[in-house]
Design a protein. Structure first.
Length: 105
């Protein structure tokens, strides 16, 4: 005798849009930080993936680690994997721009 759960598709899309906006902002912010502190090579990419995982954990903390997150999102994995490479391009843009402005010029 399961209970029927009604989900609002509009609310789920709005939540997903807010997470995507946060990913873009964190990518730009962490790219700026990586450029200013002078990270290069693999350490710069590791910094991006570390910041993406930290953001994922913060979103899961806010949504609830147990089954509470199911009210807000369809799958937990999508919060981490979806848009990670789009954010990577934003990260590289800010990383190289600020690295060049601070360390090259």
């Amino acid at each position: 005798m399961g209970t029927v759960v009604a989900l609002s598709e509009t609310a789920i899309r709005n939540n997903f849009s807010a997470v995507e906006y946060s990913k873009t902002f964190v990518a730009a912010l962490s790219g700026s930080c990586a450029g200013i502190i002078g990270l290069t090579g693999i350490s710069g990419f590791a910094f991006y993936f570390l910041s993406a995982v930290i953001l994922w954990l913060m979103v899961l903390y806010k949504a609830g680690f147990n089954d509470k997150w199911k009210k807000y999102f369809r799958q937990r994995k999508i919060l981490l994997t979806n848009g990670i490479f789009d954010g990577l391009f934003t990260y590289i843009l800010f990383w190289t721009f600020l690295y060049g402005m601070v360390h090259v010029y």
